[in-house]
Ligand binder design. Structure first.
Ligand SMILES: [Mn+2]
Length: 273
């Protein structure tokens, strides 16, 4: 292991979709990333622990412990850590406002960047149902949109009670290879629209395992990606600029994408994750 890279300190760090407890979790890269990146505030943007995978069969190698220990240690040393549960760790959604080991649980947050811009931070799975029914909902209007999200939340709770897995948008989207391209674009549009409804400048989410920083009709859309395939994180510098980091090797970054982002691509032209 190389120790060549020094530790960098950021204002904020956003990571999601680590899926600890699933065999696909890249705890080796994640641990190395956490060693080299410190921040005043860390947002865990959902699907940190893969609760449904663990329910089926317990898989918790040392790497998962190391990641949890590393995060708890950062919290002890003064990093503010906010955990926004996703659909795979939705058991935590029952505990908004709870603190454990210095980590706060919240359903969603408004993050104010150093430049004063406001970002809605959420996991994003509640929009699966909107994405699936986008044309119908556009026709029916605002109340139907709100109702669809409410129904999705209730359905998820019912499925949980019946011990059925949450309907996985990303897994499903990936199966529909051709359609996935459109669905990622639609998801981004719907989430950006939610930011507009909340009168903020942008949104930071996870869920679809497709990291990107781009502008969608005047709203900055930032997706943290995942630590299963792409091994990505979002950092906010001290001046409020955001950067997408790919950490796919031990001790050095493989790829860095910095703002200002390239011109926004038209929806539907996205690369499937
Ligand atoms: Mn998710």
């Amino acid at each position: 292991m190389t120790e060549a890279t020094e530790t960098k300190h950021f204002r904020t760090l956003f990571i999601s979709d680590m899926h600890l407890g699933s065999k696909a979790a890249r705890t080796d890269f994640l641990l190395d990333f956490l060693r080299h990146h410190e921040a005043d505030t860390i947002y865990l943007v959902g699907d940190v622990v893969d609760g449904w995978r663990l329910k089926r069969n317990w898989y918790w190698p040392q790497g998962c412990n190391d990641v949890v220990q590393k995060l708890l240690r950062k919290a002890r040393k003064g990093t503010r850590i906010i955990y926004i549960p996703g659909n795979h760790d939705e058991f935590l959604r029952a505990f908004p406002g709870v603190h454990f080991g210095g980590i706060e649980v919240a359903e969603r947050m408004i993050h104010e960047a150093a430049d004063g811009k406001k970002y809605l931070v959420l996991h994003g799975d509640e929009f699966d149902v909107v994405v699936r029914n986008i044309r119908l909902l556009a026709y029916l209007g605002d109340w139907a949109y709100d109702a669809a999200i409410a129904i999705n939340v209730v359905l998820a709770a019912v499925r949980r009670r019946l011990k059925l897995p949450y309907w996985s948008f990303s897994a499903w989207a990936k199966l529909q290879v051709k359609q996935a391209v459109n669905f990622i674009g639609e998801f981004q549009k719907v989430v950006a629209e939610e930011a507009r409804r909340n009168q903020v400048d942008g949104v930071i989410c996870g869920h679809i395992h497709h990291a990107v920083i781009e502008d969608i009709e005047g709203i900055r859309y930032i997706n943290t990606g995942d630590w299963v395939e792409s091994c990505t994180a979002i950092v906010e510098h001290m001046d409020g600029t955001f950067e997408l980091i790919c950490w796919q090797s031990i001790g050095q970054t493989a790829e860095v994408m910095t703002l200002p982002a390239p011109a926004a691509k038209p929806v539907g032209d996205m690369q499937a994750a």
